[in-house]
Ligand binder design. Structure first.
Ligand SMILES: *Cc1c(COP(=O)(O)O)cnc(C)c1O
Length: 217
């Protein structure tokens, strides 16, 4: 398979599974070099996902200036400063100390997704569902942090029912947050779905999918 074929295949699959929502395809380039990222760019990809500051900065340097970068991994507070001027969004906001640091280092408003551990697996990062609304209310004190949505990763299982339920729960939680109409947290977006489960995520309302393996293999 070529990169061009992979991109076409994924785009077609996204279109076949979405209903009325716009879906932004984020190409996760954490496991490949700038050459592959540039090949994706040549196919029209403009949104890139990285989970380490070093990888993100390397791609920022080597890609054209209109490429947008999404930070999708767990983010150490002391690394915020390195990436803050280069991110379109941070998908892994999971604690107040991180919100505070983003607020302190940002020049303008930073779009963030609150990461939620919907499945409750001990190995997963993110807030418990019950913690999300109090957390978001607390973020009001950080004017440079805008919460545009929620993010999750599905549990490691083959069971589609369980995966779908995880995505559906995130969507319900997103709707609960949005109903509050917090000015600092419009929370209209859902970042969910990876190579193995993005069709389910899109059917359950994903507006951002983060796809690595099936694009770059
Ligand atoms: C690696 C990664 C992805 C992409 O996973 P694939 O299975 O390669 O598509 C998506 N989201 C996060 C948070 C990741 O770390």
């Amino acid at each position: 398979m070529s990169i061009a074929n992979n991109v076409n295949q994924v785009r077609q699959t996204i279109d076949a599974h979405r209903t009325d929502q716009a879906v932004t395809l984020i190409a996760v380039t954490k496991s490949v070099g700038p050459d592959v990222a540039n090949a994706l760019y040549a196919e029209g990809i403009r949104d890139f996902g990285e989970n380490r500051p070093e990888g993100l900065l390397e791609k920022v340097e080597q890609l054209p200036p209109d490429a947008k970068f999404h930070f999708i991994g767990s983010l150490q507070t002391r690394k915020v400063r390195q990436i803050i001027d280069h991110v379109a969004a941070i998908h892994s906001l999971d604690r107040l100390s991180l919100a505070e640091e983003i607020d302190k280092r940002a020049q303008g408003v930073i779009d963030c997704f609150v990461q939620v551990n919907v499945s409750g697996e001990a190995s997963k990062h993110g807030l418990e569902k019950e913690e999300v609304i109090p957390f978001i209310e607390n973020c009001k004190q950080y004017p440079h942090v805008r919460i545009i949505g929620l993010m999750t990763m599905a549990p490691f299982t083959e069971d589609e029912t369980v995966i779908r339920e995880t995505f559906r729960n995130l969507r319900q939680l997103r709707d609960d947050v949005a109903r509050h109409a917090y000015p600092h947290a419009p929370c209209t977006e859902l970042s969910m779905g990876m190579s193995n489960d993005y069709t389910l995520a899109i059917e359950e309302g994903a507006s951002f999918v983060r796809i690595g393996t099936v694009l770059v293999q």
